[in-house]
Design a protein around this ligand. Structure first.
Ligand code: GLA
Length: 635
């Protein structure tokens, strides 16, 4: 009885806030939208962060100079409002009461009477400028700088315990300090403390830091402790909801795409990194871009894939590399990525400022529908990525030349899912000029590393309604059907920036996601094919998956042609396709099998708020069973 009562109490406690219940990934429809926001970010967060610009060389003057440009240069009016301090702001954790102390040689205004320190003067100053304030911490006991930097002048000081500046063991206290006492609006929570402090590390073995058995293994994802990593971050989320019950916060998860955060990030954070750190090189930028490019069903209003902060203005994207700088900006915009400027704005040349402040490019990123771009064409050199915008008949399209040679890209109406008999008006958003029209197709010459970001206005191919593949921001992957998470092999592998040489094996795929639902492709990037017939449109899933569509009563019909895809690995099992509306079964297919002609499935979804698409495996298990929601559409 006592056990039953304590279980009930735990359940009640977990349900205190909707986002606090740790949701399961079952196949059974819930009728409840799976993506309740964590914090508030209806469009991708925008702002500035100190890391890519200054790393640990922080000065209050340097930070304020960039903040001032945000205001005076019109950036804040365009949405770049949050000024984020990254690693390097802290001095120590005071023993006795555990309160964090600020590095006053960086923040002179933080020094209060009696030796106390506070970042409240800093946030007050930003707020008075009309800006918001972001702070940085780590989910473990120690930070990234402590694992990687050897410059004591920039690192936390004091005894081993004083140098434990991360959240572990202090979540409630630190979150209350940052959000109640200091009044921050945004927090980035890094993960080095749960990755780089194993007992075998030099800096732990020599007694500098306490050991913490790693939950994240940054070279072998198979060793990540996924539930424990998630639980650590969920504790931070729950503390934030307690301090800010109205949800006026942004929680940025920074565990670099590890621990299968792809799958749970939306339930724990406002945004989550999809890869390791960007750096200002072309290859690394491609790597980070690729880490979001096939994750379109995981982002949407309130929750965003984060390929890391911008390097526009730095290194291979500086004022001498404007083609690359424009491409980087366009790539982030088409993916609805958070736009966090990472350059010293006070020193940035006008051309760089103009790229960052291009209102037409920003409008693509910030489109209120919140759809991430989807890949319409890709080879190793060229890509076409299409993003549905909120005005019907309007799409943004990115034509991208990854190589350092010129190339040609032919864009078709088919790529845009537009009618090929009526004109499609095009505008170059980067250069801000109209480009006339195309009908069925048009050829574009692209310079090395060039990305053309176009707006296309035409007649949708579907006279009424949408292909679901056009609405990724309205879709949630409630269950992906993946039994054993696998690293994604399709992400560009750049020259290893840590060694630069070839003594090891080279970078190996490390981010889970291979096998997750895809737009117009199977989960393994193959052509959707049912009984010998290739399909241009549809969603590829693994069996035992459940997708949700946030319909909100906007549609009357759902229809699709469904079946086991010809490229399935497991050929013996059957799949039953089910359409649910607000928790009620509306339609189901007969059991489908490999090689059998597809079945038509349709349902009346009038007034339905949440449609759920379940592909349920029946019988034998001889490998992943690939199921195809061919031409899935709503009107
Ligand atoms: C990690 C993060 C970076 C930055 C540094 C600071 O590497 O991924 O974005 O915050 O730590 O040390």
């Amino acid at each position: 009885m006592a056990l039953v009562r304590s279980v009930v109490l735990v359940v009640l406690a977990l349900c205190a806030h909707p986002a606090m219940a740790d949701e399961t990934h079952g196949l059974e429809p819930t009728g409840t939208w799976d993506m309740q926001p964590v914090g508030t970010a209806p469009t991708p967060p925008m702002g500035w962060n100190s890391w890519n610009a200054f790393h640990l060389d922080l000065t209050e003057a340097g930070l304020i100079a960039s903040a001032q440009v945000l205001v005076d240069g019109g950036f804040a009016a365009l949405g770049y409002r949050t000024v984020n301090i990254d690693d390097g702001w802290w001095l120590k954790r005071r023993q006795g009461d555990g309160r964090l102390q600020v590095r006053t040689n960086v923040f002179p205004d933080a020094a209060l009477a009696g030796g106390e320190t506070s970042l409240r003067p800093w946030t007050d100053r930003l707020h008075a400028m009309g800006l918001k304030a972001g702070i940085y911490t780590d989910v473990g006991r120690n930070a990234c700088s402590q694992a990687w930097s050897s410059d004591p002048a920039t690192l936390p000081q004091g005894t081993r315990d004083e140098r434990e500046v991360g959240l572990a063991g202090h979540v409630e206290q630190d979150i209350a300090l940052y959000f109640a006492t200091w009044n921050f609006d945004y927090i980035k929570v890094d993960g080095c403390g749960i990755a780089h402090y194993g007992a075998d590390r030099h800096h732990v073995a020599n007694g500098t830091f306490r050991a913490l058995a790693p939950l994240i293994n940054d070279t072998d994802p198979g060793q990540d402790d996924i539930p424990a990593t998630r639980a650590r971050y969920a504790e931070v989320r729950d503390a934030l909801w307690r301090v800010r019950p109205r949800g006026d916060f942004v929680l940025s998860l920074c565990n670099w795409g590890t621990a299968n955060v792809r799958d749970w990030g939306r339930q724990v954070g406002t945004m989550w990194r999809t890869s390791g750190d960007i750096d200002p090189t072309w290859g690394r930028m491609l790597h980070n871009f690729d880490s979001v490019a096939t994750r379109e069903f995981y982002a949407g209003p309130g929750h965003w894939n984060d390929p890391d902060m911008l390097e526009v203005g730095n290194g291979a994207f500086d004022g001498a590399h404007l083609t690359e700088a424009r491409a980087h900006m366009a790539l982030w915009a088409i993916e609805a990525a958070p736009l966090i400027i990472g350059t010293d704005l006070a020193a940035a040349p006008p051309a760089i400022r103009a790229i960052l402040a291009n209102p037409e490019v920003i409008a693509v990123d910030q489109d209120p529908a919140g759809h991430q771009g989807v890949i319409a064409y890709a080879d190793d050199e060229r890509e076409i990525v299409v993003k549905t915008l909120s005005v019907r008949g309007t799409k943004a399209v990115l034509l991208f030349n990854r190589l350092d040679e010129p190339t040609t890209i032919i864009l078709t109406a088919q790529h845009l899912k537009m009618a090929d008999s009526t004109p499609i008006a095009l505008r170059d958003l980067t250069m801000r000029r109209d480009m006339g029209t195309m009908t069925s197709m048009r050829r574009f010459a692209l310079a090395p590393h060039e990305a053309l970001l176009l707006r296309a206005v035409g007649t949708p191919r579907l006279t009424h309604g949408w292909y679901l593949a056009e609405l990724p921001g309205r879709i949630a992957v409630a269950a992906d059907g993946i039994v054993v998470p696998q690293p994604d092999p399709t992400i560009h592998r750049m020259i290893d920036s840590h060694t630069g040489d070839t003594t090891g094996f080279g970078p190996r795929p490390t981010y889970y996601g291979w096998g997750a639902p895809r737009t117009d492709a199977t989960v393994f990037s193959e052509t959707l094919t049912l009984a010998g017939q290739p399909l241009r449109d549809g969603i590829g899933v693994e069996a035992n998956s459940r997708l949700q569509l946030r319909a909100e009563g906007a549609f009357a019909h759902f229809a699709a042609r469904v079946g086991v895809d010809d490229s399935t690995r497991g050929r013996k099992a059957g799949v039953r396709f089910e359409v649910w509306g607000d928790g009620h079964l509306l339609a189901k297919s007969a059991e489908q099998h490999f090689g059998v002609p597809p079945a038509d499935i349709s349902a009346d979804i009038t007034g339905v708020k949440v449609v759920e698409l379940v592909a349920r495996q029946v019988g034998a298990d001889d490998g992943p069973v690939l199921a195809t929601w061919g031409e899935a559409r709503v009107d």
